[in-house]
Design a binder for this molecule. Structure first.
Ligand code: HEM
Length: 451
């Protein structure tokens, strides 16, 4: 079998004119529109209807995400895309409305609460292994399999066993919604005003209305029934309040936040796992070492939260998958006031793009950036905090990061201990940028019993 020298990557544009041509043509893969020079330069600026800047320099990223965060709220277009499904929830709100929700939701994601939710992850890992075992010998789309596993986790921890919660209906609505976001183009991202009515039309669907109705029912029912002995995310949010004012969430606010956790949490974690499995198939030596680690710690049981600290290589593979294929491949912000980034003038209203994919493959920040090397994350090696941003940073950093990492390590170790994953000739995954960085057509691997 012919082995490519490097894992799949997005073909970045090499001619500036090509970038402009593609933009004018509209509907192209956003990541292909990130020019190759973004992996060498600190900042790139341009104008496509609106002025925009792509920022790859860690100091300037720190300025945007942390030091001057109030000057760089999430871009208007982020809100237009996400607002119809998840309202003014934690992910899109700004200022005081964001702050009180973040304070109310923070206790939900403390180390202790996330650890207490781990048995749900262990069960999902076990069921995923059972499905894979039933289909041995066939080629498997491990992305679809990981979507099934992570959806089980997130729906169990948000609306566990909720009578009246139609899990399949919610999953269908969310998949449909994510499919719609596939039509978002770079022009939408930089905020060309002409596209706004089109975006509004795209996301006013019946599926979203149905999803909200089902969630509201489940929340009201839980209020009546009271919390479970082991509280799930819904119980924790019901108990949560802003510590400074005592304010609690209404049913609508709670529903928007729970749906945000589902939308923001399940596909991103499934992507991380699918890319991690692909990378293990790409590098059989790393896979063998990770399997030895997992077998030694787990024997033939599924991983639990107590095992996570004993699985450092598994964790490094997850970290490296998040570097090479960051699910949130770019973030965008709108400048509220004049500023200077890397000596470049930024005007009020400019779109500021944080192309995480290009940052994570930047030649000035990473040695051999396109190569798979989990040992970059081993031990005490110093990685600039703002050179590695799979979860963002500053006050808007992903609230579910430790939840996602714990889940990814538990599922990956369980699967690697039992199965051998290998590439299928001619079926390399093709990363494309939709709202997240996804493998077009899936990640197909051969799955055999571990030897
Ligand atoms: C590997 C999986 C995940 C990745 C790569 C990821 C990535 C991100 C990123 C990059 C942001 C910041 C966006 C920005 O600054 O524009 C974010 C925010 C957020 N994420 Fe995640 N996420 C993941 C899993 C999760 C999970 C499991 C949950 C919930 C259960 C979650 C809930 C959220 C929420 C609510 C926010 C908004 C936080 C705020 O603005 O205060 N994410 N995520």
């Amino acid at each position: 079998m012919s082995v490519p020298t490097l894992p799949s990557r997005v073909p970045l544009a090499t001619k500036p004119l090509g970038v402009l041509g593609s933009l004018q043509a509209g509907r192209r893969n956003v990541l292909e529109l990130i020019p190759e020079i973004a992996t060498h330069a600190p900042i790139l600026s341009g104008r496509t209807g609106k002025r925009w800047h792509m920022v790859m320099e860690p100091g300037a990223l720190r300025q945007i995400l942390r030091d001057k965060v109030e000057n760089y709220p999430k871009s208007v277009v982020t809100k237009l895309i996400l607002g119809p499904a998840i309202g003014e929830s934690l992910f899109v709100a700004e200022g005081a409305h964001w702050q009180w929700q973040r304070r109310a939701a923070a206790p939900v994601f403390t180390h202790r609460n996330v650890a207490a939710l781990a048995p749900v992850m262990t069960r999902a890992a076990e069921r995923s292994a059972a499905r894979l075992a039933a289909g041995l010998g066939r080629d498997v789309d491990v992305f679809a399999e990981m979507v099934a596993a992570t959806f089980e986790v997130i729906s169990d921890v948000t609306f566990s066993d909720g009578a009246g919660f139609d899990r399949a209906a919610v999953h269908r609505a969310i998949e449909g919604y994510i499919g719609q976001t596939a039509k978002v183009s770079f022009l939408d991202i930089v905020g060309a005003p002409a596209w706004v009515p089109r975006l509004n039309r795209m996301f006013a669907g019946a599926g979203i209305r149905e999803m909200k109705r089902v969630a509201d029912l489940a929340i009201d029912q839980r209020r009546l029934e009271g919390a479970h002995p082991v509280p799930d995310l819904l119980d924790l949010l019901l108990a949560g309040e802003d510590p400074s004012t005592g304010r609690k969430m209404t049913t609508a606010e709670m529903r928007d936040n729970l749906l945000t956790f589902i939308v923001a949490g399940h596909e991103t974690t499934a992507l991380t796992l699918a890319w991690a499995l692909y990378l293990c198939a790409f590098d059989p030596d790393v896979q063998a070492a990770a399997r030895a680690e997992a077998m030694a710690v787990l024997g033939d049981r599924a991983a639990t939260v107590a095992d996570v600290a004993q699985l450092p290589l598994t964790r490094q593979i997850v970290d490296e998958a998040l570097r090479m294929y960051p699910p949130a491949a770019f973030l965008s912000r709108t400048a509220q006031a004049e500023d200077s980034l890397c000596g470049r003038e930024v005007l009020k209203g400019d779109t500021v793009i944080l192309p995480i994919y290009a940052l994570h493959r930047h030649h000035g920040l990473w040695a051999n950036p396109d190569a798979f090397d989990p040992s970059r994350f081993a031990g005490a090696q110093k990685i600039d905090r703002f050179a590695y941003l799979p979860f963002g940073d500053g006050p808007r950093i992903c609230i579910g990061a430790s939840f996602a990492l714990q889940e990814a390590v538990i599922i990956l170790a369980t699967l690697l201990a039992r199965f051998q994953f290998s590439r299928i000739e001619g079926k390399e995954p093709k990363p494309v940028m939709i709202l997240t960085l996804r493998p077009e057509g899936g990640v197909w691997l051969k799955v055999e019993p571990a030897k």
